[in-house]
Design a protein around this ligand. Structure first.
Ligand code: ATR
Length: 280
């Protein structure tokens, strides 16, 4: 049994962790729904991840989120892993169950798809050819989310081809791979482009891409949220396409985690977006 006596404790483990906006999101909701508790940033060195996770039930934590560099390694330190987290190959949310066991979940795919349908209600993965750039953990959750949402065709491109190939092998025939040099042409006829590479992030050069062949009706999503408008999204806007920033995914993946811990499914609102944006 949980012995939190009404006061809810949760947090996010990362290394470093100071940049994380998750405390801002969860504490906003705790306050909004008048739930007594706190969500804290936890700076955990990689070698201490297992100990830190094992400490959660002892400290009466309801669970935690995981961010860079812990998501993949956490898979082997939890007691149970949901099928979705297993397919993605990463855990972004840990829930301590009634018996004190650690359940590893992943809500990144959910967060990504929700950010699309929130921005463009009625958007259907099944009706659109999707192009995904990158082949890290973020790409795996985007591909998983798109497939579960019904995508029939996903073109995957990564600078290191073999990493894209490995994802295609895991996820099946609806994922096709192309060489990085073909990225401009791969956009022909696509209804969605997603950047999951680190290009365009603060301190990184912009993604080198020409959008000429991308239909003007397309959605262009960047999972980067610092800066909020990456050069890719500015390019998309000028092109006439619909830009979708990375803050939506961050806010939406937090919803089911908050629900698991408190029983309340919180809402993503314009007020929450303003509160987070003010800190970027
Ligand atoms: P995450 O798990 O957060 O997605 P990652 O595994 O470090 O992070 O992946 C970063 C992605 O950005 C990779 O797809 C990487 O390509 P490689 O697999 O070739 O490393 C991509 N990336 C990084 N620098 C890049 C660059 N200069 N041009 C194109 N892609 C780049």
């Amino acid at each position: 049994m949980h012995t939190h006596s009404g006061f809810r404790l949760a947090g996010v483990m990362g290394w470093p962790i100071a940049h994380s906006r998750s405390p801002r999101i969860h504490n906003f909701w705790l306050n909004q729904y008048a739930i007594e508790g706190v969500y804290v940033p936890l700076a955990i060195e990689p070698v201490k991840l297992e100990d830190a996770l094992r400490a959660l039930p002892r400290l009466n934590f309801l669970g935690c989120n995981l961010t860079i560099p812990h998501k993949e390694r956490a898979l082997s330190f939890v007691d149970e892993v949901t099928p979705e987290a297993r397919r993605i190959g990463a855990v972004n949310c840990v829930v301590v169950d009634e018996a004190g066991k650690l359940i590893g979940k992943n809500y990144d795919a959910y967060g990504f798809i929700s950010s699309l349908t929130d921005a463009v209600p009625g958007w259907q993965a099944a009706r659109n050819s999707c192009v995904v750039f990158g082949a890290g953990g973020a790409a795996r959750s985007v591909v998983c989310g798109l497939i579960d949402a019904g995508a029939q065709e996903i073109r995957l491109l990564n600078r290191t081809f073999d990493r894209a190939r490995a994802i295609a092998l895991d996820f099946g025939s609806c994922v096709s791979t192309f060489a990085w040099e073909e990225r401009h042409e791969a956009l022909a006829g696509a209804g969605l482009l997603v950047n999951t590479t680190s290009q365009g992030m603060v301190g990184q050069p912009p993604l080198d891409i020409k959008l000429d062949l991308l239909p003007k009706s397309a959605l262009v999503a960047d999972i980067v949220y610092a800066p909020l408008e990456t050069q890719l999204l500015a390019q998309a806007r000028r092109h006439g396409a619909i830009p979708i920033d990375g803050l939506g995914m961050l806010m939406h993946q937090a919803r089911p985690a908050f629900r698991d811990w408190t029983g309340v499914m919180p809402q993503v609102t314009a007020e929450l977006r303003r509160w987070i944006t003010a800190s970027l």
